[in-house]
Design a protein around this ligand. Sequence first.
Ligand code: HEC
Length: 130
Amino acid sequence: MKKLFLTAAATVILSGAYFFGTQPQAIAQTEESSVIDLSELALSGQEYYNSTCAVCHGVNLVGTNQGPPFLNRVYAAGHHSDMAFVLAVKLGTRAHHFRFGPMSAIEGISDEQIGAIITYIREVQAANGF
Ligand code: HEC
């Protein structure tokens, strides 16, 4: 937990100057997301993502006015580890990078489903240069 806080603090310091003051709308939707051949695990993750995350984070990770896009260097693996994704889903998160407000914990999702979702997100991020 302590380590996570340090990581989060470092992320805020590193990205804060760049992102604070940016209107969420300005980064809310990236224009496009490259469509790629997904692995089998990522394909199942895509299904779970589309039914539980896309309403806020956007189909193809492009974001909506309810939540940030994952095609953003803030959410690349170097800034937000896979564990940060697990914790966001299990515990929810406060608004700290943008101004969309907090995210509630997502109920009724298994560790396997979260793992598949992360695999999906990482594959699409990689295909889009993040
Ligand atoms: C009801 C809207 C909503 C849903 C549904 C949702 N999120 Fe979020 N999510 C948000 C908002 C809002 C934030 C906060 C962004 C900020 O300001 O930092 C966020 C942040 C995150 C973060 C970043 C956490 C951090 O440490 O900065 C991750 C990772 C994440 N969401 C993953 C997911 C995944 C995976 C799903 C689906 C299982 C999901 N979210 C579903 C709205 C949502």
